[in-house]
Design a protein around this ligand. Structure first.
Ligand SMILES: [Zn+2]
Length: 473
């Protein structure tokens, strides 16, 4: 009975952990490594296991750093079931098909000017691999134990991070010995709009816990929302447009939901609000389909409007023509568009048309990686390049820090604090410094905390049995 760390050990991305128990091999997540010049090469490397030897995958949620290498796993011979909840299963095709298409277009571009004898670039995977993944997905319900194999039972709980994000409980039994593992997945903030709070676990023999913001304190959500309202009021006085680069899944829905919640207070009826991203529109439709994942307030708002995001003046821009039509609007438009870091996508056109106009506002609502246009705007460069053209930045750029989809240090500790008997913690999904900072705080709570590294193995059978609960599937 063993756990081995492979991805997201000592870093944020590439989530993948290997469980060996009851004669089976299981993966928790199979995510893509993102950021860093060597990421493409690392993603292509052989897995430290034979993909056909894996019996099943349990997927925590539909972010690319958790699910992005599933098509590669299947391409290399994995044929088993991929278990996840139904909302995650519905978001998965949107995300993986887009990723495959980007990879294929990238390879095509790279192969255009090949020198004689030069090896053609192959995409990491293609859409056929993605369709194969989707055929292997087996949705499982939230909150109900499910026996995957003799001796292996799983139950998924809400993690409050994006729609369909889960923490995973896993009971492993060999003979008389049972051990319970809890994998946090990515944990949301406790008062995230739309979603339930992260589930409060009481028992485990071992905890795998994310640490993305293990050393940080977020600005309070109330302050952040007040700031957003203030920016929109100023933007209305200035008379230009507002551009919000936003990730298609999660952040786009959250922003529009905040607009709905503060619709009267922020006088939003005077704006025309555009969601200009086919992927975000598709993701919003998945949100509409899963009201069971909504918290009380979102359930109330949805009931009054019969849709999510619930906004009367929302325009969904599906086609490229719809998107281009927005370019003629000089003022009174709030445009939510991807990509979230403005390193591609439709938002580039809107920035090109509005950045040089001082009456316009850009609101940055998510993490911006170094080297992206979004980061250049955060860093207040006076001039940027878009589609090869120089664009002067005269618009007012605002960075809103408090909308993170991840809990901060205090919230991570609150999540762990619900475990009564202080099970040992293995810290994953964070850079080393935040991981170490979180470990110090967890030890103060009485936990034996270890920051993981790739290849680290834990013998689960040698752990003391703390969790008395057993699944009753
Ligand atoms: Zn995530």
């Amino acid at each position: 009975m063993q756990l081995e760390f492979f991805g997201a050990a000592g870093e944020v991305t590439g989530s993948c952990h290997i469980v060996r128990a009851a004669g089976r091999r299981l993966l928790l997540d199979c995510g893509m490594i993102q950021g860093g010049a060597d990421a493409p090469a690392r993603n292509r490397r052989a897995f430290p296991f034979e993909p056909p030897s894996i019996d099943a995958v349990v997927l925590s949620h539909a972010h690319i750093d958790h699910c992005g290498r599933l098509p590669l796993l299947v391409k290399r011979g994995f044929r088993g079931p991929i278990y996840t909840n139904a909302a995650c299963a519905d978001l998965l095709p949107i995300l993986l098909r887009d990723t495959a298409e980007l990879a294929m277009r990238g390879a095509e571009r790279g192969n255009r000017d090949l020198a004689p004898g030069e090896e053609p670039v192959m995409p990491l995977f293609d859409t056929a691999d993605v369709e194969a993944v989707l055929r292997q997905v087996k949705p499982i319900p939230f909150d109900q134990p499910r026996e995957l194999f003799a001796g292996i039972t799983v139950r998924v709980r809400d993690a409050g991070h994006i729609l369909g994000s889960s923490s995973v409980e896993l009971w492993l039994t060999e003979g008389e010995l049972t051990r319970k593992l809890v994998f946090s997945g990515d944990l949301g903030q406790y008062d995230t709009p739309i979603l339930h709070d992260p589930f409060a676990f009481e028992s485990a023999d071992l905890v795998l816990m994310e640490s993305t913001y293990g050393d940080r304190r977020h600005r309070s959500r109330d302050d952040t929302e007040r700031e957003l309202g203030g920016i929109l009021a100023q933007a209305a006085r200035d008379g230009g447009n507002v551009i919000i680069p936003a990730f298609a899944i999660g952040r786009s829905q959250e922003i529009l939901y905040l607009f709905a919640r503060h619709y009267a207070e922020w006088h939003l009826a005077r704006w025309k609000i555009f969601l200009d991203s086919p992927m975000a529109i598709a993701a919003s439709r998945v949100y509409w389909k899963h009201p069971d994942r909504f918290d009380e307030e979102a359930t109330r708002l949805r009931a009054g409007f019969k849709g999510m995001p619930p906004l009367p003046n929302l325009v969904l821009s599906e086609t490229a023509d719809d998107s281009r039509a927005i370019n003629n609007i000089r003022g009174g438009a709030i445009i939510v568009a991807g990509s979230g870091m403005a390193n591609g996508g439709r938002v580039l056109h809107h920035l090109k048309h509005n950045l040089s106009r001082p009456e316009c506002h850009v609101i940055i609502v998510g993490f911006q990686a170094p080297g992206t246009l979004g980061r250049q705007l955060v860093d207040r460069l006076p001039e940027v390049r878009i589609h090869g053209q120089r664009v002067r930045v005269a618009a007012q750029v605002h960075t809103l820090g408090g909308l993170s989809a991840h809990g901060d240090q205090a919230q991570l500790l609150r999540w762990y604090d619900s475990f009564k008997r202080r099970p040992p913690v293995y810290i994953v999904h964070g850079e080393v410094a935040p991981g170490e900072a979180l470990a110090v705080k967890l030890r103060e709570l009485g936990a034996n905390a270890t920051v993981t590294r790739p290849g680290l193995q834990v013998d689960l059978s040698s752990l003391p049995a703390l969790a008395a609960d057993r699944p009753t599937a």
